[in-house]
Design a protein around this ligand. Structure first.
Ligand SMILES: [Fe+2]
Length: 293
């Protein structure tokens, strides 16, 4: 199960936050450490969904300095949104690096996103639903065992964002990995790994680990018995709060909430304080062979 670790905005002594995260706990900052000025806040809250597909998945891609998912939004508004998300992304990297120096720079800064849609009752196909417990896996960005760390901020001025968490990946993998089908092929061999690296295609090629994690994600969402019977802990992240967790470790479902900012980091598997708690190592122990190069 996950635990909430409540923290002040400023660090206090040695905190061992990497260990807390890697164990599957959630770092919780009740006071928003990200400074969002009033006008920008009001602008974000005005980005309501007007019809299906509009403003669905607004993402800022730091590596390309590009905003996607804005649909028919006028160019001036899109530019403003991009500058706010860029500021959030830059802040998130600085904040994380300061609070967890062990991780600093040992990451790929993945997308930042803005989530203006009310999660309660949100329509989506089953495996895309946010309100079913799951661990994250990205179909388009295989991690090869690197970790998915996400930093969320609830900018809703009046309503909390409600999550349910269940067992962490460790317990879930022990229970379900064989049912999902543990990867038998090993890592594709060192020759394949070297070749993929040399050709620059490693980032697109799924390792057996990535393929498993995608299957596992879908399996959990499709498993009605699990969804009904799993242990559930409910959390409410109040207006103005911020929280950080490994979403490949913490099983989570979003029950309700509207207007959240989020930044994803892919943290190097080699930066772990507790490497044996990484999903790839947990899975390799179950399989008995390596699952990535
Ligand atoms: Fe998720």
């Amino acid at each position: 199960m996950s635990r909430m670790v409540e923290l002040a905005a400023a660090p206090v002594g040695t905190e061992h936050l990497a260990e807390e995260l890697e164990l599957g706990n959630i770092l919780f900052f009740p006071q928003m450490p990200f400074r969002l000025n009033e006008e920008d806040g009001a602008f974000l809250l005005a980005q309501k969904q007007t019809d299906a597909g509009y403003h669905k998945n607004i993402a800022y891609r730091p590596a390309e300095d590009r905003l996607t998912g804005t649909g028919r939004m006028p160019a001036r508004e899109a530019a403003r949104l991009k500058s706010i998300l860029k500021a959030y992304s830059d802040w998130a990297a600085e904040f994380l690096g300061d609070r967890i120096p062990e991780y600093k720079g040992r990451w790929i800064r993945d997308f930042a996103s803005y989530r203006p849609i009310e999660e309660k009752g949100r329509k989506a196909r089953l495996t895309a639903r946010n309100d079913l417990a799951h661990v994250d896996a990205f179909p388009t960005r295989p991690t090869h065992g690197d970790r998915i760390l996400r930093l969320f901020t609830n900018i809703n001025p009046t309503k909390g964002r409600v999550w349910v968490t269940s067992e962490t990946f460790e317990g879930l993998a022990e229970r379900f990995a064989r049912q999902v089908g543990i990867p038998k092929t090993g890592a594709g061999g060192p020759v394949f790994g070297k070749l993929a690296k040399a050709l620059g295609i490693r980032q697109w090629a799924r390792s057996p680990y990535d393929a498993f994690m995608l299957r596992f994600h879908d399996f959990l969402k499709q498993n009605g018995d699990f969804q009904r019977d799993c242990i559930k802990q409910q959390w409410e992240f109040p207006p103005g709060s911020c929280w950080i967790c490994y979403t490949d470790m913490v099983s989570h479902a979003v029950l309700s909430g509207q207007f959240a900012l989020e930044q994803t980091f892919l943290i190097s598997r080699h930066a772990m304080a507790l490497p044996e708690k990484s999903p790839i190592r947990i899975l390799e122990r179950i399989c008995g062979h390596p699952l990535s190069n």
